[in-house]
Write a protein that binds this ligand. Structure first.
Ligand code: 13P
Length: 258
């Protein structure tokens, strides 16, 4: 399956926003109204855990995802939420290994266990990888390679097509101090590299893996990234909290899907 024939997806990562369910509901309903005509794009919203179950009842078109999950199904793990609990709530996707969680201490080994737990529970993991800077020696390629190989260690060839890879260069994310804009070419060279790593490790099955891009993507540059970034979709953070911007990004994707 090539990047052209794969149905594209737009995943909104709300991060730790908004601060009440009332606001979350308003935001979600506004998005729902604006995307009612969308048919060819998979739309996923990943709100904080607390809001998932209630939001799920408000739209059939928007699928819900979580921003993390734990690898064990139950037991003495204070504060954690298991993949199985999420699956039983009716959600399908989970973002794992986001750079903001890595900055809080999560490492590739933890993420690897979480991916295995998510797959075993029937969830689709969205594995985030990305470098904090682009050095002149191009060590950032090795950095992303290590993230991929360690996070996907022990995943079978049969399961790899169920994993989505999100390339999120930390230097381009909206919350990064002194951030810089990434260009579609930056994204494209990394997606080609990621595909090569996946192909070397998993063979032809890896061609079905979807790669999406996140890093301050908005309604102004979404089209360029989707057209020239070598990707199957986008993972906006900040822009997903603005119904007009988020729905515009989805609209752009839908037009390209035609
Ligand atoms: P921004 O779009 O706010 O830069 O966030 C990107 C991101 O981290 C999505 O997971």
């Amino acid at each position: 399956m090539s990047e052209k024939t794969t149905k594209r997806l737009i995943v909104g990562n709300w991060k730790m926003n908004p601060s009440s369910f009332k606001e979350a509901e308003k935001l979600f309903i506004e998005i729902t109204k604006l995307i009612s005509h969308i048919k060819k794009t998979d739309i996923i919203v990943c709100p904080p855990f607390l809001y998932i179950e209630k939001l799920k009842k408000l739209s059939r078109k928007i699928q819900l995802g979580a921003q993390d999950s734990f690898w064990e199904n139950g037991g003495a793990y204070t504060g954690e939420v298991s993949s199985e609990m999420l699956y039983n709530t009716g959600i399908k996707y989970v973002i794992l290994g986001h750079s903001e969680r890595r900055q809080m201490g999560e490492n590739n080994n933890f993420i690897n266990k979480k991916i295995k737990g998510a797959l075993a529970s029937g969830l689709i993991p969205i594995l985030c990888v990305g470098e904090s800077e682009r050095d002149l020696e191009h060590n950032y390629f090795n950095f992303v390679k290590t993230q991929l190989l360690e996070c996907l260690n022990g995943i079978s060839k049969n399961s790899i097509s169920k994993v989505i890879i999100a390339y999120e260069p930390i230097w381009a994310i909206s919350s990064t101090k002194d951030r810089k804009d990434a260009k579609p070419e930056d994204c494209k060279e990394m997606t080609i590299f990621i595909r090569k790593i996946l192909s070397d490790k998993f063979g032809s099955e890896s061609s079905r893996v979807k790669i999406i891009y996140g890093g301050s993507v908005n309604d102004k540059d979404a089209e360029l990234f989707l057209k020239d970034g070598g990707i199957n979709g986008l993972l906006p953070g900040k822009a997903s909290l603005d119904p007009k911007k988020f729905s515009k990004i989805i609209e752009i994707c839908e037009t390209l899907n035609k």
